[in-house]
Each structure stands twice: as structure tokens, then as C-alpha cells.
Design a protein around this ligand. Structure first.
Ligand SMILES: [Zn+2]
Length: 184
């Protein structure tokens, strides 16, 4: 196996890998093992999503697990929560509905930073499972938000690039602090 999943760790901003465009990944046992490890790291950090570059891999893979909450459910159509943990490879948004809606997002690679990001509320995604099956799935609410956030990671895009001007100003000091800490 080229990648030892046990060695994967969550990468913090400004790690360079977070800015690279990730490459397509082959379904199979290795992707499955990496997905399992990513879910474990995500849970340990109490997140709802994690993308390949966030564990140092230039792979187009992400995991998510959006539990049902007060405002979201896996029973509605389209769902706004996931039916359990999921691993997606080579995902792309094929359509979106509605205008842009604001929501406060955080990121496991940017601890202590949240900001308002505008995104379409409902999206349809095409992706592969680690078993090699192609799926076409639609989500709304927090689940749709999570997918879009994670797919951004695969293109080297972070919430600090997408957040509103007001949020950018509010979080600027903390972002600088992280950049400085990394240089030491
Ligand atoms: Zn993130």
C-alpha cells in the first residue's frame, strides 16, 4: 500500500497541501482504508466532513457524516443530513438550485475560525464510492453545505477565500496568527 492510513494526520492552515489541486483517485482497497481513517480523524476532531488535502493527500476524496439535528433530517427529500458516514471519490457538483444562502462555516484545518459563506442551498453531486460504484445524489441544508465545502478543499479553496468581507475582517487576526505560528 502506497499510503499508510495510520500515519495520516489533520493538516492545519497554512499547510501547502491545502492549496494544491487534488488529483483523481482510483476506487479500491487503498481508498477504502484511507476513507475509514479519515472518518476516524473527523470524528476525533468532532467534524462533519474532511477532505483528502486536509490529511496531506492530493487525492480527490472526502468523507462526511452529518447527523440529523433540529433543522436537518435524513428522511426529507432531498435529505439535509446523511444516513451515516459516507466516503466519496472524484466528486463533482452537477447542478444546484436556489440562490445563494448565507451560513456560518468552520473548518478542521482552521481551528477557531468561522465565517459566513454564501452557497446554493441544494446541490446534486456525482461521485464514486470506494467500491467503484458511480452515484448521483442530491442534498440540501447542512449536508449540501458540507459537500460543497469539501469539494472546495479538493481544488485548494478554503472558507477564508469564500467568506464575506465582514467575516474576513473579523477573522483576519486569527488567520495571521496561524501563518506566523507556522513560520516559527
Ligand atoms: Zn474544511
Amino acid at each position: 500500500m502506497a499510503v499508510d492510513p495510520a500515519t495520516l494526520r489533520i493538516q492545519l492552515y497554512p499547510a501547502e497541501v491545502l492549496r494544491r489541486k487534488a488529483k483523481p483517485v482510483e476506487p479500491g482497497a487503498e481508498a477504502e482504508a484511507v476513507g475509514r481513517r479519515m472518518l476516524e480523524l473527523m470524528r476525533g476532531a468532532e467534524g462533519i466532513g474532511l477532505a483528502g488535502p486536509q490529511v496531506g493527500l492530493e487525492w480527490r476524496i472526502f468523507v462526511c457524516d452529518v447527523p440529523p439535528g433540529e433543522d436537518w433530517s435524513s428522511e426529507t427529500d432531498p435529505p439535509s443530513a446523511s444516513k451515516g458516514p459516507a466516503v466519496y471519490l472524484n466528486p463533482r457538483i452537477v447542478s444546484h438550485e436556489g440562490g445563494l444562502e448565507p451560513y456560518d462555516e468552520g473548518c478542521l484545518s482552521l481551528p477557531g475560525i468561522t465565517g459566513t459563506v454564501n452557497r446554493p442551498p441544494t446541490v446534486t453531486m456525482e461521485a464514486q464510492t470506494p467500491a467503484g460504484e458511480t452515484v448521483r445524489v442530491t442534498a440540501t441544508g447542512l449536508l449540501a453545505r458540507c459537500w460543497q465545502h469539501e469539494i472546495d478543499h479538493l481544488d485548494g479553496v478554503l472558507i477564508i477565500d469564500r467568506m464575506t468581507q465582514a467575516s474576513r475582517l473579523r477573522t483576519r487576526a486569527r488567520v495571521r496568527q496561524m501563518e506566523k505560528a507556522a513560520r516559527r
